[in-house]
Write a protein that binds this ligand. Structure first.
Ligand code: ADP
Length: 283
């Protein structure tokens, strides 16, 4: 708290009085601290690949100048480090774009089926590389949702990508979409009009203590493992923001040793006609 005491200026005709103002700065301080942490995290994430790049460039200009073998190896490392920086910058741009639009819910009606199929097609190769398979189970007659196609593509891509990254090789990733049987308490829309999209993997799972923090920027259970797998630590933060803008909700359930299920709840749009504005407004 800050307490401010104001007195009336000398010489006024008004009776002397004092105004006590109590201002709760907890939220302001917290958001300031979050911004400071965020900048520190971004700088740290960029500094590591940058110094690796610098190191290899200097080696290639000096001691390894005439070593063909070393040059090829070093260039490959430099390519991977550049890729890591570019992933990070892309994720940061996505986050800032979403934050800019956060206050307006999408009003366009879109079908989830082509999005799910598109994301599966994009990630099939990556899944096969790990001897995994993505199985889609989309309800017949799945109603459209109010949404932004690019953003929901990103949500599903991040979730399926995590399922592949952290899943176990030789397993199947089940992706199902249909009317939600039950919505979480945090779901802001109409309770009987939600669509649930569920991504379930058979990986190592996550300890319960970590789950509430997974959607924080740069929060990772195992930073080294996430980096090694090409993670930026921003995937679930992006998912959370997009789902929030869609006036939806997100749940993460996990059992250690069995796997993780992430479910996204989105507001259903009427199949024919319907007013988007009124239908997405929270109750
Ligand atoms: P990252 O780029 O590190 O994958 P995310 O924001 O997507 O970042 O996820 C944050 C962390 O949550 C990950 O680093 C990982 O520790 C954990 N995580 C996310 N999805 C899964 C999953 N399906 N199985 C196990 N752990 C997961």
């Amino acid at each position: 708290f800050t307490v401010q005491v104001e007195t009336l200026p000398e010489g006024t005709d008004l009776p002397q009085a004092a105004l006590l103002l109590f201002v709760d700065l907890t939220a302001v301080r917290r958001s300031e601290q979050m911004r400071v942490d965020f900048v520190a995290n971004v700088s740290h994430e960029l500094r590591t690949p940058l110094s690796t790049l610098m190191g290899f460039i200097e080696t290639l200009q000096g001691p390894a100048r005439d070593d063909d073998d070393a040059r090829d190896r070093f260039l490959e490392i430099m390519r991977l480090q550049s890729l890591r920086m570019s992933r990070l910058v892309n994720d940061l741009l996505s986050l800032s774009r979403i934050e800019t639009n956060e206050h307006s819910a999408p009003t366009r009606k879109i079908e989830l089926k082509p999005i799910l199929e598109g994301v599966k097609a994009t990630l099939d190769l990556e899944a096969r590389r790990k001897d995994m398979r993505v199985a889609l189970d989309i309800d017949d007659g799945l109603p459209p949702v109010f949404g932004e196609s690019d953003e929901l593509t990103q949500v599903l891509q991040n979730l399926m990508d995590n399922a592949i990254k952290y899943g176990r090789s030789g397993t199947i990733i089940e992706v199902a979409a249909g009317p939600a049987e039950k919505v979480p308490a945090a779901y802001p829309g109409k309770r009987d009009g939600a669509i649930a999209v569920r991504v379930r993997d058979r990986g190592d799972g996550i300890d319960a203590g970590h789950i509430p923090r997974l959607t924080e920027r740069f929060y990772r259970v195992d930073t080294a493992r996430s980096r090694e797998l090409g993670g930026t630590g921003l995937g679930l933060a992006i998912v959370k923001h997009i789902v929030g803008r869609h006036r939806g909700a997100l749940t993460i359930e996990s059992i250690r040793g069995e796997g993780t299920t992430v479910t996204v709840f989105l507001p259903k749009a009427p199949a024919n006609g319907g007013n988007a504005e009124s239908a997405v407004k929270p109750d």
